[in-house]
Write a protein of this length. Sequence first.
Lengths: 272, 200
Amino acid sequence: MTDDEPDPGSLRALWKDLPDEEPSARGHDLLMAAARAHAQTLVKAPWWQRVADVLRRPPVLALATIVVLASGALVVRNANQALPTAPANAPASGSTAAPALDQAAAPALAPAPSAPVATPPPVPPPAQPAPAPPTPKAALERDHHEAKPVVRAPNHPRNEASGKTLDDLERAAPAEAPAPAADPLQSEGQAWAAPEAAPAPATTTTKSRPSPGGGALAALTVTQLVTRCRTAAQSGDCTTVRAVMRELSARSAKDVQALGPDPDVRKCMIAD
Amino acid sequence: MSTDLADEDLMVQYQKGEVRAFEVLLSRHRKPVFNFILRYVGDRETGEDLLQETFMRVIKGAEAYKRQAKFTTWLYTIARNLCVDQTRRRKHRKHASLDAPMDASEDSGTLMDVIPGSEMGSDRKSVNKQLHEQMQRAIAGLSEDQREVFLMREFLDMPFKQIAEVVGVPENTVKSRMRYALEKLRLELDEYKDLAKAAP
């Protein structure tokens, strides 16, 4: 006992003599049962089980749903943004088609930024480049593959898809497609074969072409003229062959001689 | 499970699901807590109810128990708070007191007088009984603040610091209350001091 502590003195003997009472056992079993039941909840589950329990709670499930929906909306939105750019890059010289594609894609993309995050924006149909006018190269290939029978009919057939005449295409081709002239010219050669084989066209043409030669042939190179002469000769277009040969003879006698042994060309020249 | 473990270690064991640890704690503290409560509220039945409630709160609060805290401080804080609540509730009720006169007249006996006692009628036992009754009356006559400090200090041998933690007042306040309690008891029991010395 310290100095500042009150000293009960001899009084302490009075209460120290008080006997302690024993509590009855009626609550003991109840307490032990409660302790046993609570002990089971006290035992900690392994960490993975606790994590699983936490993940199963409704708020966590709701949060996970929101995350999935939001990320899904982002993915769809990104996919929509990527779709229009892919076809626009496809054609090598799509300078004329690109604005049309952008315009076609614009309405589809317009609602996307203002769309709420929780609901995915409506998926637009894949952008169709069909409404846009095709490039000259595509028009030539299309003529070659799809309109072969029609090609023979008009004298100066107008490209129905692009609205351009073959002359226009012919002028545009070298400028826009500096690639080797073999393929486009070959298809052009078939197109050139048409005017002679068929009578005057009944289709709509903006201007009629007086002859296969003329100014158009003058724009071609010697190599292109040689190729065109051969293809025209193979298809039996002797008018074109003769026109090309005249043009060639004015430019390069050597190439005229080189074409001489060609049986098709010779046939046309003899027929002349 | 060793029964020699400290209370705090036993509590940690129980936190790990060891029921036997709680059983040891219960057997170790049941009696002192009961006597503390009994002397505080002065009613055996209420004392047993409060004892059960005290250990029920220990069970429910086991998860939140920290090893750094002294177990008895926590245990007696629970018991003391329950006693305080019980005393406050009882103040609002009108109970027939065993010590109060049955009639308005001063010379009428009390309930205690008419309840038959189980004690033997020898002189010594009679003196002891008289002494104990007077002692209990004197303790019951203390104010609540003084009584709880007195009970914890004299019957549970708690240090003043721990009593201060249980009661939630500064240590000097506890000492002051203890001094007032002893002075009051000295006045009440002075005439029984010689009797206590003579008692076995």
